[in-house]
Every structure is written in C-alpha cells, then in structure tokens.
Design a protein around this ligand. Structure first.
Ligand code: COA
Length: 260
C-alpha cells in the first residue's frame, strides 16, 4: 500500500516505518494516524516481517506531538473522540502488535510523539533526543495514553513532575529513568536498533508474540498477568516452534523457527 506520510523499508525480516512529515516535525495528524494503523495491520499479516522499527524522518524530530493545528478548534465531544479514536487505532494497536516494535527516537518526542514511543515495546534514542509531555502548557492533558504509560515506565512521581512542568528531558536522563533502553550517537541509531532486532529475530516468533501478550497482561486493568503467563506458557508446548527450539537444543544445532 502507498502512503502519503510514511516510508516503508524492508531488510531481512526487519520493517522500518518512517513517519515522513519533516517540515511539520512529523506531527501526527489524523491521516498519519490512519496510515500507521494500516501499516501495522499490514505488517502483522505479513509473515516475512519479524520485527518493526518506528522512527521519524530527518535529524530533528521523532514526532513533535499530535498535530496542534488540526485540533485547536475542537469541541468537548471532538476532543474526547480524538483521544478515544487515537488510542484505539494507533497507540493500543502498537502495544498489542504480535511482533516486537522498537521506537527509534531520533529527536524530539513530545506529546503524542512520546506517547507513540511509549506504546512501542521498547525505545532506543539518539543522543540529541528530547522527550516530554508538554500538553498542560497548551491547556490540555496527554490523551494518547501518556498519563498511564509514563507512570508505568518511570514511576508516578517522575511522571507527575514531567507532566506538571511540561518540561523536556534529554536522552541521557531518559536512559537513567528507564524510559529508553539505549542512547547512541544519531548516525548510529538505526544500526543499534538493527543490532537489537537481529538478536530478537533469532528467536521464535510464536514465543515472542506470547511473551508480548503475557507482559502486556500485567498492565491491563482487570487482567491477571500471572494467569495469562501460565496460559501462554502452556500454549507454547503445542507449537512447531517449541518442537524446533527444543530439538535444536538437543541436537546441538541452531533452531530454524517458522513462526507456527
Ligand atoms: N503540531 C503541528 N505542527 C507542529 C507541531 C505540532 N505538534 N510541532 C511542530 N510543528 C510545526 C511548526 O508549527 C512548524 O511549522 P510551520 O513552519 O508551518 O510554522 C514546524 O513544525 C517546525 O517547528 P518549529 O516550532 O518552527 O521548530 P522549532 O525548532 O522552533 O521548535 C519544538 C521545535 C518541537 C520545540 C516546537 O515545534 C514545539 O514546541 N512543538 C510543539 C510540541 C508540543 O507541544 N507537542 C504536544 C502536542 S499535544
């Protein structure tokens, strides 16, 4: 599928989705959110895709937020629908992807941009990245999961301060806080993501999908994460990947997973 605001590139099982509105610092307008939703659906259905990277085009921004110009004149119902539709279409969709999704944070990740990065399964940042939830400076609050996911990732106190001050933190601080897993010089960002993705791709796709569901269950209100782990663990024993993984271990060879 061709997209107006995204670039898609594939190399050896790794799909890189680049949000491509650099003159608007890759701000998420409704069209881009819809396109990301379609791109994720497409990637999930494509067996050749094993890991995804989401990044922003240019050297300056990952995503500088939801498109302020688009929602500046919204009413209360429109504001509510913006948050609800966005969460369902994009942010929850990213989090629930059955394939690992890495955010390559290449610059500003603000508001909806940080919320998108936080929906990904983990984050790698370039040294020039700046992260924040500046919504209260606009008279609004984070509406794409930011109040929940930031507190889960860095703890309630740090999340409260970051949301209340509307301030930005640098990549190194984000690393200390556990908001990102690695910080590298900008020219090395995609290579670092590629390296981590390559390590992931050696593993069973069915087990990776089960691990994502089990970890996510611990953060779903009302879900019993330990129980989900038991169920997912048990289901693995019926998969071809499990047979292959355990046989390969005993035969002292590398496993060749087919994702079944
Ligand atoms: N929505 C819509 N447009 C945005 C945007 C956003 N979230 N963030 C940046 N842009 C646009 C700017 O309006 C500008 O477009 P223009 O040239 O047509 O006026 C272009 O991107 C470049 O941004 P600019 O502000 O000129 O760059 P800068 O280097 O001076 O500042 C930022 C960079 C990121 C500090 C600044 O753009 C900013 O504060 N953006 C908004 C961040 C925000 O509040 N996000 C949360 C939204 S809920």
């Amino acid at each position: 599928m061709a997209f107006n605001n995204l670039l898609i590139a594939d190399t050896d099982g790794l799909r890189t989705i680049t949000i491509n509105r650099p003159d608007q610092l890759n701000a998420l307008n409704r069209e881009t959110i819809g396109e990301l939703d379609s791109a994720l659906t497409e990637a999930d259905a494509d067996k050749s895709v094993r890991v995804l990277i989401i990044t922003g085009s240019g050297m300056k921004a990952f995503v500088a937020g939801a498109d302020i110009k688009e929602f500046a004149h919204f009413s209360i119902p429109e504001g509510k629908a913006l948050s609800a539709d966005g969460q369902k279409k994009l942010f929850d969709h990213v989090e629930r992807m059955s394939k690992p999704v890495i955010a390559a944070v290449n610059g500003f990740a603000l508001g909806g941009g940080l919320e998108l990065a936080m929906s990904c399964h983990f984050r790698v940042a370039s040294d020039n990245a700046r992260m924040g939830l500046p919504e209260v400076s606009l008279g609004v609050i984070p509406g794409y999961g930011g109040t929940q996911r930031l507190a889960r990732l860095v703890g309630k106190g740090k999340a409260m301060e970051m949301i209340m001050t509307a301030g930005m933190i640098k990549a190194e601080e984000a690393l200390q806080w556990g908001l990102v897993n690695h910080v590298v010089p900008q020219p090395e960002l995609l290579a670092k993501c590629n390296e981590v993705a390559t390590a992931i791709m050696k593993n069973s796709p069915t087990a990776l999908a089960a691990a994502i569901r089990a970890v996510n269950a611990g953060y779903e209100p009302g879900a019993d994460g330990m129980q989900r782990e038991i169920e997912e663990f048990g289901k693995c024993f019926g998969t071809a990947d499990f047979k292959e993984g355990t046989s390969a271990f005993m035969e002292k060879r590398k496993a060749e997973f087919k994702g079944e």
